[in-house]
Design a protein around this ligand. Structure first.
Ligand SMILES: [Zn+2]
Length: 283
């Protein structure tokens, strides 16, 4: 393990809901805003300091309703003091600028995909004009983007956007591996992503997420390599091959265990905000 890894705080991000998993996949997936707040609080108390959130309609389909995001934000602020709130601008909940309709709520962070790739059953379409519009809205509202890297080119794109001012330095990049038809969990590529970050975005932090059974694998790679870790029911509904995860908190506790294994303290809210260069939590 690299010398610099032990002792470095690890930020745990919990992706509570996503836009795909339903109660039929795992009854613990929080769907209503009330369930989301409760699940987030439990994950927060287990060690998560970032909540990555999508919202849903009553029938469990994805929603982009800013009113739901507003209620979620209010509940998380109340029950999870200082927790970093990150809204998804991912493409399943809407098309075009509807994807950024909640940004005027000024969450601490929002996800930002800077390029396109394939998803299990469709193209995840992120045309340059939409990417630029979402990035400019984030600048306007002082929201830190989390760049979703589904591909190596997305790290290069983040670097070029930072260079010309479309993104504020330092970038925060999420490596996503294991989405069907996109980049699999490949150790050589993972290590090359890290090297590319160090070369193109040396002041930046990175996190990594694995989908489905790759969640546990990627969590271990990330924690042992000095990155931050994302977990949660959005990416994976199981705690092991045969068992559904009982909660988001249970998945967070698994990452806490990895942090102990690799001698990394779990980042506090204040440490996470400082590492990411975020504004202090609203009083
Ligand atoms: Zn998401």
């Amino acid at each position: 393990m690299p010398e610099t890894v032990a002792g470095k705080p690890c930020i745990i991000c919990v992706a509570i809901t996503g836009s795909l998993p339903t109660k039929a996949n795992n009854p613990a997936v929080p769907i209503t805003v009330e369930e989301q707040i409760e699940s987030t609080q439990e994950a927060f108390e287990a060690g998560a300091t970032i909540v990555h959130a999508h919202v849903r309609n009553e029938d469990e389909t994805p929603s982009s309703d800013p009113e739901k995001f507003a209620r979620l934000q209010e509940g998380v602020k109340k029950h999870c003091p200082g927790m970093i709130i990150q809204f998804s601008t991912g493409g399943r909940s809407g098309a075009g600028q509807a994807r950024g309709g909640m940004l005027p709520l000024r969450p601490d962070m929002a996800s930002l995909s800077v390029g396109s790739n394939n998803f299990p059953t469709r193209v995840y379409e992120n045309p340059p004009d939409l990417v630029n519009w979402l990035a400019s809205e984030m600048l306007t509202y002082d929201i830190k983007p989390e760049i979703e890297a589904f591909d190596l080119s997305h790290i290069h794109q983040a670097a070029s956007m930072q260079k010309d001012g479309r993104l504020k330095a330092p970038a925060y990049v999420q490596f996503v591996m294991g989405v069907k038809n996109a980049m699999p969990a490949d150790r050589d590529v993972f290590d090359y992503y890290i090297r590319t970050m160090e070369r193109l975005l040396p002041e930046s932090q990175w996190c990594a997420a694995g989908i489905g059974r790759e969640q546990c694998v990627i969590n271990e790679w990330a924690v042992s390599s000095g990155g931050h870790a994302r977990t949660g029911l959005e990416d994976n509904v199981r705690i092991d091959k045969d068992t559904l995860a009982p909660s988001n908190a249970a998945l967070v506790r698994r990452v806490v265990g990895l942090c102990e294994k690799f001698e990394r303290p779990v980042a506090t809210v204040a440490q996470a905000r400082s590492l990411l260069g975020l504004r202090k939590a609203d009083a």
